[in-house]
Every structure is written in structure tokens, then in C-alpha cells.
Design a protein around this ligand. Structure first.
Ligand SMILES: C[S@@+](CC[C@H](N)C(=O)[O-])C[C@H]1O[C@@H](n2cnc3c(N)ncnc32)[C@H](O)[C@@H]1O
Length: 184
């Protein structure tokens, strides 16, 4: 199986079926960050059918590192499991099928080097609040789609300012951007 071709085929399928996967530019940027930060343990919130996860896992595989990913949709979860097997990265992944609001608190504290939050935009601040204790010091935390869904994310900005969390917004796509926090 040629993984590059598999990812291209998946991208085509998702475009035809409007699955809300991260863009190619975003995937490339996040993969670079994984490599620069030498990420060992990554957490993804919002798996969908795992376009993002497969891109991440291919990098993590080089060093036998690990990805934990959570999605509450059985359809997405099952599609993702199948795609992981085809891409032969299933041994690197713990896929959790449940509501992340319930599952994040059960994860180990001070453990993840990289957390990618890509789900219910309106409640981003709640997910961030749950994720912060799970991140190691100097971990990278990314929240996706902060420009496209700016209006839905005003509570996130309020949370960041109230708690004096330092962040940067990077407009990496023509119409969208990500929010990056380095946990101190
Ligand atoms: C934008 S998609 C993720 C796309 C994926 N990261 C990619 O780029 O391939 C968001 C996903 O979050 C999931 N989701 C939304 N709210 C959730 C929650 N409370 N707990 C778990 N999963 C949730 C949805 O089922 C959906 O599949």
C-alpha cells in the first residue's frame, strides 16, 4: 500500500463528501511542528475519519511515538479504525469513542507534548480548560479554525484573556487560521 496515494485518495473522497478535515497546508504545518518539537505523545480531539490522524501518525511512527484521539461519532470512529489499519499505523494509536468532555479528565496529567483541538467550536474554551493539565510544560496546544469560526469562539478569547493564557493566531490558510499556545 502506497500511503501517499492512500492519503490522496482519502482527500478526494472527503472533498466529494464534504468531511471537515484539516487542509493540506494545515496538515503540513502541524507535521512540521511535530518534528521540530520531537513530540512523543500527542492528543487529538476530533478525529473524524482521520485524515489528520494519519498524517500525524506517519510522522510519529518514525520514532515509535503515540497518538491518542477522541471522537464521539461511531461512524467516524469506525471509518477511522479502518483507515488506520489500511495505512498500517493502528499500532501507534489509541482511539477513544466517547464524548471528549468525559474522557479528557481520565487521561494522565502532565503527559502530552502536543494537543490538537479540532471540534465543537463554541465550546473550545471548555476543552482547552480540560486539556491544559494534561499537557507537559512547553507542550504545544493548537486550536483549529479560529478565524473561519471567529464568531463562535468569542468565549474562547474571553477565557484566554481572563486566565492570562498567552497565545498566537497564525493565519496559515487563505481563509482560516490556528491558535497556538505554548504551555508554560
Ligand atoms: C472537524 S472534525 C475533525 C477533523 C479531523 N481532525 C481531521 O482533520 O481529519 C470534528 C470532529 O469532532 C467530533 N466531536 C465533536 N464534538 C465532540 C465531543 N464532544 N466529543 C468527541 N468528539 C466530538 C465530531 O464527531 C467530528 O468528527
Amino acid at each position: 500500500m502506497n500511503r501517499k496515494q492512500f492519503l490522496l485518495d482519502l482527500r478526494k473522497y472527503w472533498l466529494e463528501n464534504t468531511v471537515p478535515n484539516i487542509t493540506d497546508v494545515n496538515a503540513k504545518f502541524l507535521v512540521d511542528l511535530i518534528n521540530i518539537s520531537k513530540t512523543k505523545n500527542m492528543l487529538e480531539i476530533g478525529t473524524a475519519n482521520w485524515f489528520s490522524g494519519i498524517n500525524f501518525a506517519i510522522e510519529l511512527e518514525k520514532n515509535d511515538w503515540h497518538l491518542t484521539t477522541i471522537d464521539f461519532s461511531p461512524k467516524s470512529h469506525n471509518e477511522a479504525l479502518e483507515n488506520f489499519k489500511i495505512a498500517k499505523v493502528d499500532n501507534l494509536i489509541t482511539a477513544i469513542l466517547w464524548n471528549a468532555l468525559d474522557e479528557i479528565p481520565k487521561l494522565q496529567d502532565d503527559f502530552f507534548d502536543f494537543i490538537f483541538i479540532d471540534w465543537m467550536k463554541k465550546r473550545s474554551w471548555e476543552f482547552l480548560e480540560l486539556c491544559l493539565p494534561k499537557a507537559k510544560s512547553w507542550a504545544i496546544i493548537i486550536i483549529d479554525d479560529v478565524l473561519k469560526f471567529k464568531d463562535k469562539m468569542s468565549t474562547l478569547r474571553t477565557y484566554l484573556e481572563k486566565n492570562q493564557v498567552q497565545y498566537n493566531i497564525l493565519p496559515i490558510d487563505p481563509d482560516d487560521g490556528i491558535l497556538m499556545i505554548i504551555k508554560k
